[in-house]
Design a protein. Structure first.
Length: 318
């Protein structure tokens, strides 16, 4: 296996922000003005973007790969239910087949009734339509969630699966030990699909004030992503939406506001391509051949970011 720095096990301690602190932050940031950047920049001149604009028309190509993305969703609160209703409404016109979960899937207590209230009930209509959910673990999750049938983890903290012309890699960023890194390198080396998409909780790039990027994790994963030409990386943890300008040939997204939200938590930076931090949202994706179309939709149905990303040109791993 390729030598990597900082491969010692890393365990994050769980944290819980006090209600008083959250209330104070919200009062201090009480403006109703949203953070919504214009979308721009890409690796390829064929890329196209629109932000806060009429809905993108997905190509709906036969046999394309269609999915949705949510992160930090499992609060069991009103906002999560309203976000889930918007997802169900969008599903009627864009029938995504599965949903990627970016961690913090079940906040707080984890009794059977909590799994019902914080997952099965809000997404009941999607589950009834045979939409599958594929979970990754966040710092507020328990490892026992890997055995919850509806998360489709099959008792694994990290796993991979194929859909159409894409291979997906769910990672456990809470505990990125050498064994998981070795597994990931082996799976990436074997993957023959044109699209490689990794999803996990802690972001390698983020312009949110509260957490920001996990630099240790970046040091562990980014060399593998570059070496084996990962196309897209999806993370949560920061309770905002952000699309990062391509970094070392990889498209990065942060989407940690499908249930939780930290208003006005983004700060502009040269790396930010688009950002939104005043409401909950989720993302829909269609992979059609060498093009990936995406549309990020808020709880109220606002289009906060959308565009097309061409598949990057690749060379044999070094």
């Amino acid at each position: 296996m390729q030598s990597l720095d900082s491969t010692r096990p890393r365990i994050r301690l769980r944290w819980l922000a006090s209600a008083a602190l959250i209330a104070g932050l919200l009062l201090a940031l009480g403006s109703t003005r949203g953070f919504l950047t214009p979308a721009f920049d890409s690796l390829d001149p064929r890329a196209s973007f629109r932000s806060s604009a009429p809905a993108l028309t997905f190509p709906l190509t036969e046999n394309s790969t269609r999915f949705a993305v949510i992160g930090d969703s499992g609060t069991g609160g009103t906002m999560q239910y309203e976000m889930a209703q918007e997802m169900a409404a969008c599903h009627r016109s864009f029938a995504f087949d599965f949903v990627l979960m970016l961690g913090d899937n079940i906040y707080g207590r984890k009794r059977p009734q909590d799994f019902e209230r914080k997952f099965a009930l809000p997404y009941q209509s999607l589950l009834d339509d045979d939409v599958k959910f594929y979970a990754s673990l966040g710092n507020h999750d328990h490892t026992n969630e890997q055995y919850y049938k509806l998360f489709n983890m099959d008792g694994r903290r990290y796993y991979t699966f194929k859909k159409g012309n894409a291979r997906f890699f769910a990672l456990d960023s809470n505990y990125m030990d050498p064994r998981q890194l070795e597994w990931l390198e082996q799976q990436l080396r074997r993957a023959g699909e044109p699209w490689k998409i990794c999803f996990f909780h802690h972001p390698l790039y983020s312009d949110a004030r509260t957490h920001g990027p996990d630099l240790d994790l970046r040091g562990q994963l980014q060399p593998l992503f570059e070496r084996y030409h990962v196309n897209v990386v999806l993370s949560g943890h920061d309770h905002v939406y952000e699309r990062i300008k391509p970094q070392h040939g990889v498209y990065y997204f942060v989407l940690g506001n499908s249930g939780q939200l930290r208003r006005h938590n983004l700060r502009p930076s040269p790396e930010m391509a688009a950002g939104f931090d005043t409401d909950r949202d989720f993302m829909m994706v269609e992979i059609s051949g060498d093009d990936l179309y995406f549309e990020t939709v808020s709880r109220s149905g606002q289009i906060v970011d959308q565009g097309m990303l061409p598949r990057q040109k690749t060379h044999a791993p070094r």
